[in-house]
Structure formats: C-alpha cells, structure tokens
Ligand binder design. Structure first.
Ligand code: SF4
Length: 229
C-alpha cells in the first residue's frame, strides 16, 4: 500500500497539478504563434534562441543543450529554418571543422513578430498586480534555479547566475540590485530569466551570490541556503 502524502507533499502535488494546467495553455499558445509563421514550437524556440545570440553565431550542440532537446531534433529544426531562409550556416572562425548558425534579416523579422504576439497566458498574468507579478517572478526564478541545481535543465541565462549581477548592492528598496554590464541599479521586477548579455558566474561564486540575493527574503542565512541542499 502506498504511504499517504504528508501535508507538504500534498501541497506540492496541488502546485504541480496547477502548473500542469497552465502548461497546457502555454503549449497551445506556442503552437498558435509558431503556426502563424509556418513553424512548430521547437523551431520557434531555436530561431528565438539564435536571434538572441546576435552576430556571434551558435554551434548546434550548444543550441540542443540550452533548449533541452536531442541533437538530432535541433539539427532537423535548424535544417528546416535554413531552407526557409531564416538561418544561415558558416564555418566556426575558432574551429573550421565546426559549424555555427546565425539568424538572417528575415529570421530576425519573424522573431520580432513572434515577440509582439500577446498570448492567453500573458493576458492571464496581467490580471495579477505588479506586486504579485514581481513575487511570482521571484518564485519562478527560485524554482528554475532549483531545477538547475538538480541538473534537470540546462543552465539558464538568469541574473542570479550572472557574473555582472550585484544583488542588494543599493539601499534603495525599489532598485536594490546592480547590473555591472550596464552599470545601473534595478528592482526585483527587472530580474532577467534570459539575458543576451549574461556571463555565467564561476562555479565557486554561485552559492555566495545566491545567498546574498536571497538574504532579503530570508529570516536567516540558513533559509537562503535551503534550495542548494
Ligand atoms: S548582464 Fe543581464 S543577466 Fe547579467 S546582471 Fe545584467 S541584466 Fe542580469
């Protein structure tokens, strides 16, 4: 007989069920947006990710890792996007045996159009107050980081894992954080989940930066460490 769930496990299960319902709508959103420009959601993710890398170009392996898809899936999506004229391939200047992929002007226009589309999920999120959205952003970041720590997803380009991030560097409660890349203060609502300028923190500094960020929300350093356990 299966042991009954504890109250906290039941709460976790209800949250998972709720997120699952939201994911159903998000997947429908993704299909609708991708379908409108003749793509599928994976192709849309690949195109958006490569566009975010600007002129640098990206290797196929890095695309597959970052998006959490198998390399053959990434290869098929890239081949299709190249045929449509949205991407180009060129030898990697640092290793001529490797190939990098770049976005074309047409591909960039497509991504701009996708970014302008307002989804059902966004309309629902807009019903939350700014304060609620900011709190939800914090919780989403914490959950994504926990998934990263567990090795369940590839490292994401978030402020909390960025070498330019200086958490709680300022007294101003409306803008306590600092981005050393643009040398500017910003508030909790400005935390990025996917930033093009992200520079991964060295492994040795990750926990210290996380604890420094979480201190503002924790009663103790112990609480701040919770997610790294
Ligand atoms: S460079 Fe981007 S990810 Fe890094 S701290 Fe600045 S805004 Fe955040």
């Amino acid at each position: 007989m299966t042991a009954p769930l504890s109250p906290s496990q039941e709460l976790t299960r209800r949250l998972r069920d709720g997120l699952d319902r939201i994911c159903v709508v998000m997947r429908a959103d993704q299909w609708a947006i991708a379908g409108a420009v003749g793509l599928n959601p994976t192709q849309t993710h690949v195109l958006t990710f490569i566009t975010g890398r600007g002129e640098k170009g990206v290797r196929v392996g890095a695309i597959a890792t970052q998006l959490g898809v198998a390399q053959p899936t990434a290869t098929d999506s890239i081949a299709s996007l190249v045929r449509k004229g949205f991407l180009t391939k060129a030898p990697d200047p640092e290793d001529t045996r490797a190939v990098t992929v770049r976005v074309t002007r047409v591909g960039r226009d497509i991504v701009r159009g996708i970014g302008l589309a307002i989804t059902a999920t966004e309309r629902a999120l807009e019903t939350l107050s700014i304060r609620e959205q900011t709190e939800l952003l914090r919780l989403v970041i914490k959950t994504i980081r926990a998934l990263q720590v567990a090795g369940a997803i590839a490292p994401q380009r978030m402020c909390v894992t960025c070498g330019y991030f200086r958490p709680n560097a300022h007294e101003d409660k409306r803008a306590p954080h600092h981005c050393a890349y643009v040398d500017a203060a910003f508030g909790a609502e400005g935390l990025r989940i996917d930033c093009d300028e992200h520079e991964a923190l060295p492994e040795a500094d990750r926990e210290a930066v996380w604890i420094s960020y979480m201190k503002a929300f924790s009663d103790s350093e112990e609480d701040a460490r919770d997610v790294t356990r």
